[in-house]
Ligand binder design. Structure first.
Ligand code: NDP
Length: 455
């Protein structure tokens, strides 16, 4: 089978790539293990130097890498540049901060010495999605490599050029060969890699069904796993919020990456007294977004990454409207080449509609009316997902309390949209997955947290 890189803005084939045969995968696994034996013994300072070099290399090659992202998955070019900058940041962050994260921790006991040491695990498999084709990889790989692990990347089949560009930039930064390798294979061959004895752990980002399958194999073969899956992030807008500012932030969060983000604002749950004014503002701001060529600096909204994703989204919207949702904006196939879907707003969404329960991975804002704060919280938590959540209110203490105690999600923000940050842990609960990425928590996921006791 061949992996196809298709420009989603035009539907044209960019290039085809031969999928690796098992023999190639087998030797990549051997090489990863061999590289690990050296890499784990390298000094932390050397690994940190290489991560700094990688950070610089990413910035040096930013234009070309951003172009590859936009061409292959359709993100507006200005967002692709920001993605590369964020990757440079995560490399720098770990290089400059991880010495303290990895330092042994003394725990006084009756023994003469007792402490916790942090050792790498070995080759780790990363199965990654196309929506942030660089960031998703770097936020895992930067800490994993710094910790002394080696990495094998199985990227999404629609972004092979990004997958190869990542391997190349890491090699160009000076990392020893085979410490990071890209495996050009489709998901149909991945079970054999997860179960292979040379793989010590697996990290997965993508849909909940695929994550379930990875978790099942990882469980069967007792491989440590981290799963970062979908989300249907609720954003609560309370009556005392600054409505104009809230609408501005919510629309920005919904349209970023054409809405193809696990932590996009997906369900706007609005207290009844401000529902009408908020929904008008959302429609106004969503309709102002410029849809078009991802390479154009003025474009706010590019195509979706694949045509089948557009068709799935269209079906979710149509189904919700058929079940009684109000179509306040968009929702009509623009009838142009490429996988474009317009900015869309659904009003009066209620339980039983796809827009209420499912993840809508596209530029579709869902408005749900709540009688009061209590009902808003109950609707926010009425989901199988638990990745991110936000609350908008002028009462900061109330917002903070809701974020900390009431909302069932891995990240809860007050008066802002949910975003990942190298300094803070990132991950979900419920069917949004388990484990954490980023910060000290992410670094320790793929380490042997070892107890050492000397009598
Ligand atoms: P998938 O979950 O199918 O793909 C993501 C990654 O998982 C790809 O590398 C894919 O490889 C791989 N994969 C797919 N099936 C399996 C499997 N059974 N075992 C192991 N790996 C697998 O997402 P889609 O691209 O199909 O998108 C569908 C939906 O998933 C979106 O609409 C969105 O709801 C959600 N999604 C969530 C993301 C997030 O950031 N949490 C990111 C992307 C999608 P291959 O491409 O070769 O199939």
């Amino acid at each position: 089978m061949r992996l196809k890189s298709i420009n989603p803005a035009t539907g044209e084939l960019i290039r085809e790539y031969d999928e690796l045969q098992w023999d190639d995968v087998d030797s990549a696994l051997d090489l990863s293990l061999e590289a690990y034996r050296q890499w784990k013994r390298s000094a932390f300072t050397r690994r940190a130097e290489l991560l700094l070099a990688l950070s610089d290399k990413l910035l040096e090659k930013k234009e070309g890498l951003a172009f590859t992202i936009s061409l292959e998955m359709g993100k507006p070019i200005k967002e692709s540049r920001s993605e590369i900058e964020k990757c440079a940041w995560v490399c720098r962050y770990y290089a400059e901060n991880a010495a303290s994260f990895l330092a042994p921790q003394v725990v006084p006991t009756e023994a003469s010495q007792s402490y916790v040491a942090f050792n790498p695990l070995g080759p780790v498999l990363a199965i990654m999605p196309w929506n942030f084709p660089f960031w998703q990889v770097f936020r895992f790989a930067a800490p994993a490599l710094l910790a002394g692990n080696t990495v094998l990347l199985k990227h999404a089949s629609n972004v092979p050029a990004c997958a190869l560009a990542i391997e190349q930039v890491i090699n160009e930064a000076g990392f020893p060969v085979h410490v990071f390798q890209t495996l050009l294979i489709s998901s149909r061959k991945i079970d054999n890699v997860i179960s292979d004895r040379r793989i010590q752990a697996v990290t997965f980002t993508g849909s909940t069904p695929a994550g379930r399958s990875v978790g099942e194999i990882a469980g069967k073969y007792l491989k440590k796993s981290v799963l970062e899956l979908g989300g249907s992030d609720p954003y609560i807008i309370l009556a005392d919020a600054h409505i104009e500012a809230a609408a501005e932030i919510c629309v920005k969060a919904r349209l970023m990456n054409a809405g193809q983000s696990c932590i996009s604002a997906k369900r706007f749950i609005v207290e009844a007294p401000v529902y009408e004014v908020f929904s008008k503002l959302v429609v106004q701001k969503m309709s102002a977004a410029v849809m078009g060529d991802p390479m154009d600096e003025k474009t706010d909204l590019g195509p979706l990454a694949r045509n089948n994703l557009r068709l799935d989204l269209e079906a979710q919207v149509n189904n919700s409207v058929a079940k009684g949702a109000d179509l306040l904006l968009g929702g009509v196939d623009p009838q142009i080449p490429g996988a474009f879907y317009p900015a869309t707003v659904l009003g009066n969404v209620t339980s039983g509609m796809p827009a209420y329960h499912e993840e809508l991975f596209g530029p579709v804002a869902t408005l749900i009316k709540a009688a009061d704060m209590k009902e808003a919280i109950s609707i926010a938590n009425d989901t199988t997902f638990g990745l991110g959540a936000a609350v908008f209110t002028s009462d900061i203490e109330k917002g903070r309390y809701m974020a900390e105690h009431e909302l069932e999600a891995g990240s809860c923000f007050v008066n802002d949209f949910v975003k990942s940050d190298p300094r803070l842990p990132f991950g979900g609960i419920k069917e949004s997955g388990y484990g954490r990425e980023l910060s000290v928590f992410g670094l320790r996921e793929f380490m042997n947290i070892k107890t050492v006791v000397v009598r």
